[in-house]
Each structure stands twice: as C-alpha cells, then as structure tokens.
Design a protein around this ligand. Structure first.
Ligand SMILES: *Cc1c(COP(=O)(O)O)cnc(C)c1O
Length: 399
C-alpha cells in the first residue's frame, strides 16, 4: 500500500478534481462506527459514506452474506431471472405499498428511471402531459436529466442545453404549484427533506396536501427518498409519517448498505407502459447488491434499527440544541428529522468541520453554513456524547 502523500499526488495527477476533499483523509478501513485512515488514525464516523452505511462499516452479517453471494455468482445480467433481485422487489413493494420495482446502480439513475416512467405514462394520456414541477433547493443527482430537475446554478452552469420539461417553484410551496399547473403538467417531484439543501423537512401536512392535489388534478406524485428512505427519518419512508403513498418513489444510498444500487418503485398503472425493450441496465439489480439490500432490510427490522434511529435522532438533536444555547454567537440553529441532523452556524462551516475532524469526528458540510450529521443507525448514546464533545471542543477552539 502506498502512503498518504503518494496517494494524494497520484490523485492530483490522474483523477478529476471534482470532489472538494475538505476531509483531507485517505481511508484504509472501517469497523462499525469508526473509520481509519492510512496513517492509522481512527475517527468516529457521522458521515457514514454520505448516509449510506446505516449498519456501520463492514457489518459482519452484510460481509458474510455478500461473501457467500460472491462465491455463488457475481454477475449473470438481466438476460436471466435473478432470484435475489426478485425477492428484493417483492420485499420493497410490500414495505412501500407500491406494485413494481425496477433496479439501477445509483440514486441519479433511479431518478432518471422515475423521469422516464413518468413521461411514458404522461405521453400515453389522451392529452399528453410532459412537464414536471420541481422545487428550488431540491437535489436529485448529477446526470443531465437530474441536474435539469434541480434549480442550482453550481450544478447546471456550463452543461447546457439542459433537458426541457421541468419547472421550478419555491420549496414546499403548494400555492406556487397551483399557479404553475396546466394541461401539460405531468406530476410534482419532491425531495421530502432537503438534504443537500441543508436538512429542511417538508412542513407537517405538506405531503398529504400534495397527494390530494395530485389526485384532484390527475397528475403524478413523484417522491425522491434516496436520502430519507430506509429509516433515516425514523420511519421506513418519510412518506410514512404522513401515511401517504406516492405514485413513483426512488430509493438509493442506504438501501444496500454500501453497495451501488438505485430502486424506482411505482404503481401498476404506470409500470404497465414500460414494456419489453423500453428500459434496462447491465448491472441493475445484480445479485451482489440485491443480497446486500436484503441483508440491510432484514437487519434493520430484526435489530429494531429504525426505532434506534428515531430515538437517537431525538437525542442528538437535543444535544445539538444545547450547543446552540452554549455558543449562540457561532451556532444559529439545530435541525433534524430522525437521524438526519444539521447544525447551522454563522462561522465558516468548512473550517469548523476541520476542527471537528481534529477532535476525531467526521461530519459533512452542505453549502457554506451547515454541518450535516448522517450517522449509522447502530450508534449508541455514548457515541453521540463523544461526537457532541468533539463538536463542543472544536467550537471552543474556533477563534
Ligand atoms: C444522493 C442523492 C441523489 C443522488 O444519488 P447518487 O447515488 O449520488 O446518484 C439523489 N437524490 C437525493 C435526495 C440524494 O440525497
């Protein structure tokens, strides 16, 4: 293995400079809630691979089941029926109350599928519908299609022409949607807790109202739960808090506990338009990722990890609130939805992130003012106490 400096100079020479690398570490291994760099330093991991590693790093059951799968077969492709993929589809449909599941390899791809499925349905209507209403600060991925659905200069600039057929309204603004509704409206796409947008949950009742609005106007309710799904907000889906079922739903990130996967679930009346040859993927629904996802689903229910996420999310939030009270000149607000937590600061969030790292805690930043915490669901109260102490020391050290 090469050393830290050698890896970093090779990275500079041979890889794209698209990642900010404000956490300036070269990672060699992980175990549970800790992650270790090539210099042998270990950190408490409240980034969890961007909200992915909900079972922690290298969970023994995940490792064992995937190893067993690797020995059976790695990649048959969708030329064949893949039992693990089909069992996963059944399980997800039952949990989400949707009818059909399609698998891809990432969140952005799951949303591309969502856009295609929605358009296929829209174009099949007696008066074709093609326009999707989206929200400002929403985030749906980095493909050409998904950046077109995010109104964000930093993601779109220079990549024109963007995909047409999207219009944007202010976040969670139902009145604004009503003004944009027209004969060409196909549906409304929502990220129910803005993740990249700074951890802002949809206001209570919003999804229920949106569901009713979509029903009244015969348009689709499209929900991106790539970050919020699989228990992050304290229930399997954020939609479950409001007892709402979308027409199309996307999942990704935590679904396979660290293996690449995207899932697009929808109702039969939409899926029936996606006939043989209209869509597909080489790797989508491969048995390794599917096995990993089945293991994640079994484990979160067996070990009651969603309940743990809900309970410890409350605890982390209350501790972050105390930091706000202790450091009102540096911390403006704590926010959370389950175990998706944020601390908004009036100081430079990236500098604070580095000071927190010096204390032994990894967290992420979004924008210029927000620290975001997406810890694994297997954390304990003690882990949170350690983490909060790291943040506290860093706030004291920030002069
Ligand atoms: C991360 C994320 C995506 C994109 O997923 P990728 O796997 O990076 O393509 C899309 N939507 C939301 C809400 C996300 O958090």
């Amino acid at each position: 293995m090469k050393n830290d400096q050698e890896i970093k100079s090779l990275a500079e020479k041979y890889t794209f400079d698209v990642y900010p690398h404000t956490i300036n570490l070269t990672i060699s291994s992980g175990d549970g809630v800790t992650i270790t760099d090539v210099n042998g330093n270990s950190y408490l991991d409240f980034a969890a691979g961007l909200g992915v590693n909900i079972l922690g790093n290298c969970h023994p059951k995940l490792v064992r089941n995937v190893q067993d799968q690797l020995k059976r077969i790695i990649h048959p492709s969708n030329l064949y029926f893949i039992p693990e993929q089909i069992l996963l589809a059944e399980k997800l449909c039952k949990i989400t109350r949707l009818d059909k599941a399609y698998f891809s390899n990432s969140g952005a791809e799951a949303n591309e599928s969502l856009i295609k499925f929605a358009r296929k349905w829209g174009n099949a209507q007696s008066h074709p519908k093609q326009e999707i209403i989206c929200f400002e600060s929403g985030w749906h991925g980095r493909t050409t299609g998904t950046i077109s659905a995010c109104k964000d200069e930093s993601m779109q600039a220079g990549f024109e022409p963007l995909l047409p057929g999207f219009i944007t309204v202010p976040k969670f603004d139902l009145a604004a949607i009503k003004t944009k509704l027209n004969d060409n409206t196909l549906g409304v796409l929502v990220e129910p807790v803005l993740g990249h947008g700074g951890v802002f949950p949809a206001p209570p009742g919003f999804l229920k109202e949106l569901r009713a609005f979509c029903d009244e106007n015969s348009i689709l309710m499209l929900v991106d739960e790539i970050q919020t799904g699989i228990g992050r907000t304290g229930s399997f889906l954020f939609c479950d808090h409001e007892d709402v079922t979308p027409d199309i739903l996307t999942l990704g990130k935590a679904l396979a506990g660290g293996f690449p996967i995207g899932a697009t679930l929808c109702k039969d009346f939409i899926a029936k338009h996606m006939t043989v040859g209209t869509h597909g993927s080489t790797f989508g629904g491969n048995p390794v990722s599917a096995t990993a996802a089945l293991t994640v689903l079994d484990t979160i229910y067996e070990d009651k990890l969603i309940e743990n996420a809900a309970k410890l999310g409350e605890y982390l939030f209350s501790e972050l609130n105390k930091l706000q009270q202790l450091f009102p000149d540096k911390v403006t607000e704590a926010r959370h939805c389950g175990l998706m937590c944020a601390l908004e600061v009036s100081i430079d969030n990236k500098r604070l992130q580095r000071l927190i790292l010096d204390q032994g805690l990894i967290c992420t930043t979004v924008g210029t003012k927000v620290l975001r915490f997406l810890p694994p669901f297997v954390i304990t109260k003690l882990d949170i106490d350690k983490a909060v102490n790291c943040i506290k020391s860093a706030l004291i050290n920030y002069l």
